[in-house]
Design a binder for this molecule. Structure first.
Ligand code: TRP
Length: 354
């Protein structure tokens, strides 16, 4: 083999409500990638335990992310949609990666530092090992391309470090199996079993910020529901939230440079541009010089137009949990077959007797 087969993989945690930022930043990209790639989209329920061990409605959370994938236009027949816990090979490979990754690497993860806060002694071992499970999610399929938000870039670098160390440490064992691929990393030739994953971060996806504070990311964990547009919000709620969004007193500028130092204006223009599939410059060419009293109603109409069909479809799907579960079971079965193939090879490379 001279190259890894291209495969797109991404995951979304079933914690809290999906919002506009998740849709524009991730799910819409997942949808677009389907045209030219083999894709796997995973509801990472094992990861959700690192945020909170006991959930009030774990099944509902898993189904609602799945419903959002389907409602947004991901095709579970051409591609694979599944939840992580149905494929135990993720956890098995994560254990092996726990033995590959170094404490020092993990300790440098900024997401761990943020989430663990001051009292690290009280953070779970799962939270610390989170990126190792994420690497396993991707590499158990030897996936090559991972669409994520830029906050996940560091985790993907770690995924590459883990893959590289595995490839080098087991190099002599990989070669005789004939399972490896000759790649170059930097200028070094490497006989690799695991690919060096590429993040797919750029593209039209904006960083969608809080509607109440243009310097903070729109987040499911923000205590103020007014800070975000949820994918399940009805049109009246979307309208109310956008009308109440924080702004400044000035009119919109006619050029993008005029948005600097105006984070709230920048955010709303960015959201409009993303929803309309235009650039911020296009939007300002249209609305430059106008007050927010004109721009906000236009943004409400656009947001409702784009989101209402998705929201309606999500509600329809959520009314039939049996159908969603069947989609996940089918995806899980197909994912398991692929993951087990890798794990058979990994067990052989390591030398486990079977
Ligand atoms: N850590 C990712 C996030 O919080 C979710 C995730 C888990 C993921 N496993 C993954 C993303 C594998 C991409 C690939 O957004």
């Amino acid at each position: 083999m001279s190259e890894f087969k291209p495969l797109v993989f991404s995951g979304v945690q079933p914690t809290g409500n999906l919002h506009l930022g998740n849709y524009l930043g991730a799910i819409r990209k997942f949808v677009a990638l389907q045209d030219n790639n083999d894709c796997m989209y995973c509801v990472v329920d094992l990861h959700a335990l690192t945020a909170q061990l006991v959930h009030d409605d774990m099944p509902g959370q898993i189904r609602s992310i799945t419903a959002a994938f389907l409602a947004a236009g991901i095709d579970p027949q051409k591609h694979i949609v599944f939840n992580q816990s149905q494929v135990p090979q993720h956890a098995e490979l994560a254990w092996i990666f726990n033995c590959v990754a170094r404490m020092g690497w993990m300790s440098r993860m900024t997401q761990f530092k943020d989430k663990a806060g001051k009292d690290r002694e009280q953070a779970s071992l799962g939270l610390f090992a989170y990126p190792s499970l994420m690497a396993a999610d991707i590499l158990v399929y030897r996936a090559t391309h991972v669409p994520v938000g830029d906050d996940q870039k560091q985790h993907l670098e770690l995924t590459r470090d883990i893959a590289m160390k595995f490839n080098l440490d087991f190099g002599d064992k990989i070669r005789p199996t004939g399972l490896g691929v000759d790649i170059t990393v930097g200028n070094e030739p490497v006989h690799a079993y695991f690919p060096m994953v590429e993040p797919l971060i750029d593209g039209p996806a904006p960083r969608v910020m809080s509607l109440k504070d243009g310097s903070k990311k729109m987040s499911k964990s923000d205590p103020s529901d007014l800070s975000r547009v949820n994918l399940m919000d009805d049109s009246d709620t979307i309208s109310k939230k956008i009308r109440k969004a924080k702004t400044d007193p000035d009119a919109l500028p006619s050029e993008v440079a005029g948005l600097s130092g105006r984070p709230e204006a920048d955010n709303l223009v960015g959201i409009y541009a993303a929803l309309a599939d235009k650039t911020k410059a296009d939007v300002l060419a249209e609305f430059g010089g106008q007050q927010f009293s004109v721009f906000k109603p236009a943004l409400v109409d656009l947001a409702v137009d784009v989101l209402a069909p998705i929201t309606d479809e999500m509600r329809r799907l959520m009314a039939d949990p049996g159908h969603i579960d069947a989609v996940l079971r089918d995806g899980g079965e197909r994912a398991r077959a692929r993951a087990e193939k890798t794990m058979m090879e990994v067990r052989d490379i390591i030398g486990f007797v079977r």
